[in-house]
Design a protein around this ligand. Structure first.
Ligand code: CTP
Length: 401
């Protein structure tokens, strides 16, 4: 999921030839699920039409302080527009607009909106090379940077004047990249490594049969996606599950508890936060038939050995890691879950109740209780596993704050 998803972005377009690229900026932002509104200077309309921009953004385009609606003048509220935005991108920003921004020369709606808004402002200058190099413009850019506005670099190449040099507006993709990278730095799990185990494990009886369980992996996958959304570098170790994970997640597929043990412990060393959401089989057949066991021969019993407890081992090795387990209980739920916090040396446990028909294995919803190592207990309502993952991370972030 893009870091721009759900962001309210106000695009300010001033009157330079690079305005013809503004519709591409809108398209790129919209394709990453951002909401876009547009304010443009009146003369920018000579370069790109409000109709194109309103069609692409699905919002009216604002360019004057007032306009006629049903024969009545209405005010285009620049204050509300500025307050609406999570981020204001001015692209292209001409010499005139940059100068007006520095000197609070409020001669159009774009500048009035800029002066009213309190969100981060990104500025993509676009000028001819000598204009861009002019000390007056360089001074203005320096001033905008000094007061905390983000003036993006310019591109170098062929200019509308026919000259060649520095002054082109950055390409729309580059502008979006700059903004996205900055936004990533602000995410709460930026720079953190999160390891999630998910799904069931299958313990083979023979080449055809296995001991397994009903886990679908949905809870673990939702946790991995949420960690990614919060900016973490995510490793997901999954038992057999028919689920897709985002390509930005480092996903490893395993089958048995032993495979999961080896891989999880390998990644554990570097992890900051570990969530063991996998329903790991507790037992495995002592003997695994090399060939399919035929029914004629009969089979009275299967001898079982315990598998290794991955989470308990991580609890023993724990140093900086924040370790969260899951507890699947059918009786004495809370006290059994608390026992697991202690026996496995956890920082928190998520208690999964199987007593609610819409919670637990396979279904898309879950009802959990988050219990931290001080036994503070936070019960959550039944909700989708995606929302449960958000609840769990909100608690992890509080405990890690
Ligand atoms: N777990 C694990 N490795 C195992 C068994 C469990 O990492 N071999 C982890 C699970 O991923 C979960 C936690 O331990 O986070 C608790 O799992 P659960 O099945 O509820 O409990 P168990 O420890 O297996 O004990 P019991 O089945 O007796 O309740």
């Amino acid at each position: 999921m893009s870091v721009l998803s759900g962001k309210k972005i106000l695009l300010g377009i001033s009157s330079g030839i690079a305005a013809y690229k503004a519709p591409i900026i809108v398209r790129l932002l919209k394709s990453q699920a951002a909401e876009v509104k547009i304010v443009m200077t009146p003369s920018a309309k000579d370069f790109v039409t409000p109709l194109t921009l309103s069609t692409l953004s699905n919002h009216p385009v604002y360019s004057t302080f007032t306009e006629q609606l049903h024969n009545n003048p209405v005010w285009n509220d620049h204050v509300a527009l500025g307050k609406w935005a999570d981020l204001f991108l001015i692209a292209p920003a001409t010499s005139n607009t940059i100068s007006a921004m520095v000197h609070a020369k409020c001669n159009n709606l774009l500048i009035a909106t800029y002066l009213s808004c309190t969100c981060p402002v990104y500025i993509a200058p676009a000028m001819d090379l000598d204009m861009y190099a002019h000390p007056a413009n360089q001074q203005n850019i320096k001033e905008l940077n000094r007061i905390g506005k983000k003036v993006l670099p310019v591109g170098e190449g062929f200019l509308a004047s026919g000259l060649h040099g520095k002054g082109r507006m950055l390409e729309p993709e580059e502008i979006i990249h700059h903004i996205s990278e900055d936004l990533k730095l602000e995410l709460p799990l930026h720079g953190k490594k999160v390891l999630v185990t998910a799904g069931p494990t299958y313990e083979p009886i023979d080449p055809v049969r296995f001991i397994g369980n009903h886990s679908s992996g949905k809870m673990g996958f939702a946790l991995a996606e949420e960690a990614l959304r919060l900016g973490a570098q995510v490793t997901l170790i999954s038992g057999p599950a028919v689920l897709e994970a985002s390509p930005d997640i480092d996903r490893h597929n395993v089958v048995t508890a032993q495979d999961m043990y080896v891989l999880a412990l390998e990644h554990f060393t570097h992890a900051d936060i570990v969530i063991a959401a996998a329903a790991v089989a507790d037992f495995k057949p002592r003997q695994v038939g090399k060939q399919k066991i035929k029914k004629e021969g009969g089979i009275q019993s299967i001898e079982l050995d315990s598998t290794r407890d991955i989470l308990a081992q991580m609890g023993q090795l724990k140093q900086k890691q924040f370790l969260v387990g899951f507890a699947l209980e059918t009786e004495d739920e809370q006290s059994n879950a608390i026992k697991k916090i202690k026996s496995k040396n956890l920082d928190a446990i998520v208690l999964n109740s199987l007593n609610d028909p819409d919670a637990g294995f396979s279904v898309d919803s879950n009802k959990v209780t988050y219990i931290d190592k001080n036994e503070t207990t936070i019960p959550f309502e039944l909700k989708s596993k995606i929302l449960v993952a958000k609840d769990i991370f909100s608690q992890i972030l509080i405990q890690n704050a």
